[in-house]
Write a protein that binds this ligand. Structure first.
Ligand code: ADP
Ligand code: TYD
Length: 204
């Protein structure tokens, strides 16, 4: 079973991924958790380049780099884990590219779709939870994080960018309502977790 989590930076999706991992572990399931971009040597190296503030990156180069990181991950980790019968929980996947590079950076949705299908190779989540919070709430949440001193290159993209990203996620939800589930992220962690679990239980 392949499940992904989506949301703007600071929405609380990684928190929910961890809670769902624990829920599956308590039920004896073998779990693989992955963050995107990342989880392979190549993908982590690409992540460092993409998030670094050292230089600007053009929108198309950004699209291609995220796609390269993803296809390495799909071929070497996700596909083999799913073949073994593991539950794969992914912190971001193709919908991030649609929302951030398509709607946020305003690249054509056609070019994003080509890259997404090339990178994902038909490997798609059965469920995607979009943790929906307003930009200001996400910003407030991130300010409480001590691990990161200053925003990375993408986090520095500004409120209008993140409003477009959020509207992109809502557009995906309108197109794929059975896979892409909108969760109100402005709730207590446990309330969100219970909502997610009830949806997962129905799909199992
Ligand atoms: P993301 O992975 O979407 O960037 P995180 O899960 O890392 O977000 O959460 C961002 C911050 O918000 C963290 O400090 C986390 O503890 C906090 N947080 C997560 N969920 C909630 C919630 N439901 N309400 C308030 N704060 C939350
Ligand atoms: P990360 O620190 O993992 O952000 P978060 O904790 O909010 O998930 O950084 C990943 C960043 O990369 C995040 O700003 C979203 C962005 N991103 C894209 O723009 N396109 C993509 O396809 C992916 C996977 C991520």
């Amino acid at each position: 079973m392949f499940i992904s989590f989506e949301g703007i930076d600071g929405s609380g999706k990684s928190t929910q991924l961890v809670l769902l991992r624990e829920w599956f572990e308590e039920r004896g399931r073998s779990i693989v958790t992955i963050r995107e971009p990342g989880a392979t040597y190549l993908s982590e190296a690409i992540r460092d380049i993409l998030l670094s503030n050292k230089q600007s990156i053009t929108a198309t180069a950004e699209l291609l780099l995220f796609s390269a990181a993803r296809t390495q991950l799909v071929e070497t980790v996700i596909q083999t884990s799913l073949d073994r019968g593991d539950v794969v929980l992914c912190d971001r996947y193709v919908d991030s590219t649609t929302a951030y590079q398509g709607y946020g950076r305003q690249l054509t949705l056609e070019s994003v779709e080509i890259c997404n299908s090339l990178a994902a190779r038909g490997v798609m989540p059965v469920l995607t939870f979009f943790i929906d919070v307003p930009y200001n709430e996400a910003q407030t949440r991130m300010q409480f994080e001590t691990s990161q001193a200053k925003p990375d290159r993408i986090e520095s993209s500004g409120p209008e960018f993140f409003e477009r990203v959020r509207s992109g996620y809502l557009a995906i939800a309108a197109q794929e309502p059975s896979r892409f589930i909108v969760i109100n992220g402005v709730q207590e962690r446990d309330a969100i977790h219970r909502e997610i679990v009830s949806i997962v239980e129905r799909r199992l």
